[in-house]
Design a protein around this ligand. Structure first.
Ligand code: SP5
Ligand code: ZN
Length: 340
């Protein structure tokens, strides 16, 4: 199976995040990708660079003003004499806002961000755009007839909405891939999100659409990040009524309960009649993940991949989270094994 990877991911490095009241080095680190690459090289997967795409190819999913903010944010920050990580310090909370983008870079950052855990550093834009190009390339490989393609995306994407970033995500790679598959003629596309955290950005992008089904298994937002979306009663709206399926699971969930929920999601995708599948492939469901609380072992990721592959749909897999760096390679390779 084709792997699409850009070394430009490494430009996004050195950022800090607000974690339990302290600024700490981001859990979302460049060495994650080194471990995945080594595991895929050991499995003899063919690894290629992303194709070139113009910035406008991001506008299929993202607001152009939001994209322009991400592209220019760090230069604006530097013009104000600052360095290090850009993190917001004020947000447009529910009742205390009108829909206005402040002129200054701090206000604009708070407008577009939803957390203080997603640093913008000097190379973030270059890395995020390259990550998006990996996802678009994987989608086009599948549209051209590959049975499956894996985009080794970094930074990840599923928390990014049309004009909101957060959760280590800037551009929504999986949504861009799903929309590219739609554009290539697949009439009905499903996104299966198996990252530990709810894919709030992806859900939001497709919430009112009936042509893209979104199914997610994740830690319950009652206690788990990102807290405010991902509840079972969110089922889509308008033309998208019934095309969102959330399966929140309690902390400590192990394979038996996880596998049952996975089968519910896979049956729903099958019933939806998806012509193509995008998998938001987070492996932060692993038992030793430092920021998550499920209890899956490395062998379970092989079984997970086998069940997903059994849907037999043309499939794009996009890397999302996974922060147990020593195990991330084996866990990702485990999911991909059934697609090889
Ligand atoms: C793509 C992805 O996996 N993004 C996750 C972003 C999570 N950021 C903040 C996590 C806060 C979780 N609190 C830690 C509790 C440790 N038990
Ligand atoms: Zn995650």
């Amino acid at each position: 199976m084709h792997v699409v990877h850009s070394p430009l991911h490494a430009r996004h490095a050195g950022g800090v995040e607000l974690h339990r009241g302290q600024l700490v080095p981001s859990f979302e680190s460049p060495d994650r990708i080194d471990h995945i690459l080594r595991a895929l090289q050991a499995a003899n997967a063919p690894i290629g660079l992303p194709r070139d795409y113009p910035i406008e190819s991001l506008h299929t999913v993202h607001d152009p003003a939001f994209v322009a903010f991400l592209r220019t944010a760090y230069a604006r920050w530097q013009e104000e004499g600052r360095s290090g990580s850009m993190l917001p310090s004020g947000f447009p909370a529910r009742s205390l806002r009108r829909d206005r983008v402040p002129e200054g870079v701090n206000g604009a950052m708070g407008y577009y961000a939803f957390d203080a855990g997603t640093p913008i550093v000097e190379g973030t834009w270059e890395a995020a755009f390259a990550s998006a190009r990996c996802a678009l390339t994987a989608a086009h490989l599948v549209a051209e007839g590959e049975r499956a393609a894996y985009a080794l995306c970094r930074p990840p994407g599923h928390h990014a909405a049309g004009s909101v970033y957060g959760g280590y995500c800037y551009l929504n790679n999986a949504a861009l891939a799903a929309q590219a598959l739609r554009g290539a003629g697949f009439a009905r596309v499903a996104v299966l999100d198996i990252d530990y955290h709810h894919g709030n950005g992806t859900q939001d992008i497709f919430y009112a659409r009936g042509d893209v089904f979104f199914a997610s298994l994740h830690g319950t937002p009652e206690t788990e990040y990102p807290y405010f979306l991902g509840y079972a009663d969110e089922r889509g709206e308008g033309a998208g009524e019934g095309a969102t399926l959330n399966l929140p699971l309690p902390r400590g969930t192990a394979w038996a309960a996880y596998a049952q929920a996975l089968d519910v999601a896979l049956r729903a995708i099958d019933r939806f009649g998806a012509d193509a599948l995008v998998v938001s492939l987070g492996v932060d469901t692993f038992e030793d993940d430092p920021i998550s609380s499920f209890a899956l072992g490395t062998a379970h990721f092989v079984e997970m991949g086998a069940r997903i592959a059994a849907l037999r749909r043309p499939t794009v897999l996009a890397q999302e989270g996974g922060y147990a760096v020593e195990a991330i390679g084996a866990n990702v390779a485990g999911v991909l094994a059934a697609f090889a």
